[in-house]
Design a protein. Sequence first.
Length: 145
Amino acid sequence: MVLLFSTDPDGICHIETSGLDGESNLKQRQVVRGYTEQDSEVDPEKFSSRIECESPNNDLNRFRGFLEHSNKERVGLSKENLLLRGCTIRNTEAVMGIVVYAGHETKAMLNNSGPRYKRSNLERRANTDVLCCVLLLVIMCLTGA
């Protein structure tokens, strides 16, 4: 979600990303330039800007794009303007924004490759031993026939 409004007077939002990258320290995110001067909340029905951003990818530390205001002024977007799925807002009462990635295209979902299959040393050894027994059995069958 691209951050368009924060109740903080400086347009700052603090987030915790421990669910994404394991870091528990707070990170700052900034409202998109051009929206910090507004005194009131962003009205979704009157939002007339156009957002263009890169294709969905799994890099949590990279985001590039731009927001084109109705007066054709372009403002660059970076990871400092982006709130990711799975992060928690801290020390900020409320925020508003516009979703740029949804569903399976979110950075959090693309970054999640699923659980790794872990095998113990005993299981690896047992698999090797079973394979050796099968090979020995095949060799014995071929030589005995």
